[in-house]
Design a protein around this ligand. Structure first.
Ligand SMILES: [Fe+2]
Length: 145
């Protein structure tokens, strides 16, 4: 009887923990969807992965979420198997997208930022030469011809 009550408490704690984490994950998915640029997306994906890796491991582990569902009823065995399989796919796809974002930031984005800096320096130099010319023409050459 005591053991049953302990088991019930433990199950309730695990269920609440899973639901809490699912809420956190839901909030993170919104932030990812709203990412305004690659830097924000990359930060979101890395935080996402840091949360999902231990969460999936807990769900898959002994006495985890999947064991709980399998023990409670055999009605969802197919669903549980499918959800378990999706864990690996999701982590693989997140890792691939992180790699692409990193490569893009280090490659094309870094190159465009560099070109932006070079263009800014050219415009600054161009305008500085114009200013120098103007000053020279108006103040140095006044009455010089
Ligand atoms: Fe989950």
């Amino acid at each position: 009887m005591t053991l049953d009550r302990d088991e019930q408490r433990s199950t309730a704690r695990m269920r609440d923990g899973v639901l809490d984490t699912h809420q956190q994950i839901r909030e993170m998915t919104r932030r990812l969807e709203e990412a305004a640029n690659l830097v924000e997306l990359l930060a979101g994906l890395q935080a996402f992965r840091a949360l999902l890796v231990p969460h999936f491991a807990d769900e898959e582990g002994p006495d985890g979420f999947f064991d709980l569902v399998r023990t409670a009823t055999s009605r969802h065995l197919v669903d549980v198997r499918q959800l378990e399989r999706e864990h690996a796919d999701l982590l693989r796809d997140i890792a691939a997208l992180v790699d692409r974002a990193v490569a893009c930031l280090a490659g094309p984005v870094a190159e465009i930022l560099k070109q932006g800096g070079e263009l800014a320096r050219r415009v600054r130099d161009h305008e500085a030469r114009e200013s120098a010319l103007l000053v020279d023409a108006l103040y140095v050459d006044v009455g010089g011809e």
